[in-house]
Design a protein around this ligand. Sequence first.
Ligand code: HSE
Length: 411
Amino acid sequence: MVKVAVLGHGTVGSGVVELFTQNAKSITSRAGQEMEVKRILDIREFPDLPYADKFTKNFDDILNDPEITIVAEVMGGLSPAFEFTKSLLEHGKSVVTSNKELVASRGAELLQIAKAHNVNYFFEASVGGGIPIIRPMHQCLAANEITEVAGILNGTTNYILTKMIHESVPFDEALAQAQKLGYAERNPAADVEGQDACRKICILASLAFGSHVYPQTVHTEGITGLTLEDVEYASMWGGVIKLIGRAKKQPDGKVIATVYPAFLSSHSQLAGIDDVFNGILIRGNATGDVVFYGRGAGKMPTASAVVADMIDISKANCTSKSLSWADSDGHNVADYKTDPLRFYIRASLLDHAQSTVNDVMGGVEFLSRSGQPEDEIAFVTGQMTERELDSKLEVLGNLIKVKSMIRVLDY
Ligand code: HSE
């Protein structure tokens, strides 16, 4: 019998306890032994729950219980989640988590501590909700050199964009629905401003390229500046706008890591991913592109990944010591403006200078939409770095006033 504990009885934590009851039989057969939730840490009271006797407000009840060998940290945030996780690992208990903020900012350190104490720190639920991605990347794709990882990594923003674009639901209403469904972060600014996707791309990039990519080194933009005009131009161009987190290995070994809304062709494997679904594309030098798709947020999908990690630990007896990466000082990340891309620009034209725009930009594809004001132009450039784009726009400074700039990605 394996006894486990759960830190936090919120959306994910309550799902974890529920799964252990609901799927007890199959969990036992897959783990090779019975698994039981012995303790749940939460500062709130839950007197009406049938398992009310398992709750404690005292972390030491879990830390000092020798019977508890695996703990799920599903409380979120950096503190006290970091201190709790560190103490548990140092006390020889394995920890699994859905806490992407913690893994993205202290992952290298916690993985090191886990290794030193011969226990596991697993975080399948931190990226992609219920989609298996960490283990497939680390194990099934282990023979590949991964060159690029890109995806729709935030369910809330994908849900909001889908509602806005296809059902004309206003932004605030779509966000309220996402909160009600348990998709959004406690502070949904982390979703709409891109930080949640940033944390997830940090975890994927660290795992793919072997050195910690920290959130502050990732250029991050959210969806708050998107307009329906841009959505319409994207559609006239033959695509959609999605919030994409990506990390790409450069020939010099450095990584370009970004989060921003991007134009994707409607032929892209990521273009049709709507609602709360996430899609993650891994480009390997042996496999080519592999795409993972599924529910990226929500109580039971995320709980499923947390419990799977606990089952894995109980049956493998802490054998995945290779799940780790080196720490870094930030020099592993390259300047995102050196990445050659195409760019969509929407601007007001201060003079009749369309041909000058075309010449300075080195040839562009002009776009049009219904109801387009006479002084508005929209176009997609050829490939250039963002530095080159900046200097060309400077040359055009007196002729156009840029309203939107959205990168075009080829996936
Ligand atoms: N707020 C996150 C999302 C939850 O919407 O994707 C899952 O990490």
